[in-house]
Design a binder for this molecule. Sequence first.
Ligand code: GCB
Length: 583
Amino acid sequence: MLYPQINSARAVMDLSGIWQFRLREGDNWQSIAVPASYNDQSPDAAFRDHTGKVWYRKRIACPAFFAGQRAVLRFDAVTHSARVFLNGKEVCAHRGGFLPFEIEVTDLIRPGEEAELLVEADNRIDHTTLPIGTEGDTAFFGSDNPGITSVEAGKRLRRENGVNLPAFDFFNYAGINRPVRLYTTPAEYIRDITLVTKMTGEVRYRVDAEGTGEIRVTVLDAQGRTAAEGKGAEGILNIPEPRLWEPRPGTPYLYTAHVTCGADEYDLPFGIREVKVEGTKFLINGKPFRFHGPCRHEDSPFRGRGMDQCLNMTDINLYRWLHANCFRTSHYPYAEEIYDLCDREGIVIVDETPAVGMWADENYGWGLGEYHAQVLRDMIARDKNHPCVVVWSLGNEPGTDTYPEKARDYWMPLYRLAHRTDPQDRPVTLVGCQNIYEKDRTIPEMDVVFINRYYGWYNLSGDLETAKYAFRMELDWWKDKNKPVVLSEYGADTIAGLHGAAAEMFTEEFQVEFYRAMSECLDERDFVVGEMPWNFADFNTCQGPMRPGGNRKGLFTRDRRPKMAAHWFRGRWAEMEKREEGR
Ligand code: GCB
């Protein structure tokens, strides 16, 4: 799906701003900012803890000069599901809170007239949604002891009251989290563009268009000079002396595919690069690539998970400051804007579906397979052309060891689907949790092994010498699998400003010692091709006895001030960057 664009053939009307909102049917309408999660916009705990539907409305006007154009209403993400009404009539519905959907409204809104737009959003999560909810049972990192009559009765009561808790460790921020836009195209229009590049400069393209207009593709270099030209819906272009998109600062060279079809046009920036796994190596443009950068969350004060370009830019600049070269979109596809920034900045992305909280029981997968496949296809359709995306992640930390066969039968069809669906056929992974790895039949099947490990924190807590011993033992087991391995999460909760000369859990000194210890184990092994600390910044979670004001594993505080560990990684990764430049 193409991102809305203003050019000589298309207009975009951004509907961001203050909308009318209500939490419950019958309440008075009140003001709310869009895009942003609604949860933190009011001091009323009812906003924070709300479960179920909410309503947003806005009067929108379609300018008279839109007459004759095709008009489309696009929602970049409404969390977790939405129904959209125009002048009281339902015009579309969408399931899933992290991907865009759109509806053509040419015949529904008349140019020169106003219309009432109403959005019903629902934040409920359960065994039929991605991510997963616990249906009122204990939240992730809750502390309810099972089997106690009174506690079990309390949980039952909570379920009856419709309390809806996440089976994952981030706050269930909801509402219209990303921009809403009304955009136009000519009546005959470009629906989609697909590009596949080779280091030789070969660019295979396919343009999906509505209408009979002639399709032309012109590739422009970064200076706007024509580098190649083609005609027709499909073709192969050749760029002489191509400049490659490299995942390093200053070198992510971008070309633009200028596509025209009749009166319509679209400019798609793209990079020329190839991604491949060979033995224990992860190769970008034929060169070994080592992932080093913290995982993120879309999370900030006030906005919750609301899209914020200033925050995106600040974070990307902090990645540069850290000399980091990657992040994983833990644990859901992010807003499209950050992928554009990463294309431009040469930061690579591991793009993840919202499949998180999928623990194992005898009904493994709870019938989610088909919906999960749809989400995976939609994520690939949205992000397929970004050079920054180098790996697809099918999900985060499902149970894979208690029902190993059932887990494999659930995940492997998705693995194959990702390969079949992606025109660039990028490597695919599933991020594994700390488990009985010898029993796991799924994670070792992935193209790149991504493992989250908390030796020294949740396991062998505080005892870093023993943690190193145990981690080394596990790494030696992975060595025999002959695959590239990435330590995709590891970290220690750290309260900024808490210090101790003898490093102790929760102090800034311990966080540094923890990372120093784990790095020792990683640096000894060349099949380890990445380290992705958990997490870039402190972030909000559901309330719980292990979460003082949220998850505190950030290298930065929630307001992006560095802890000691951020400075430590800055030094380590600067050295790595230098070594890579020397190669
Ligand atoms: C994990 C999860 C992540 C949590 C993290 C933690 O393994 O993937 O979502 O936030 O651990 O801090 O416990």
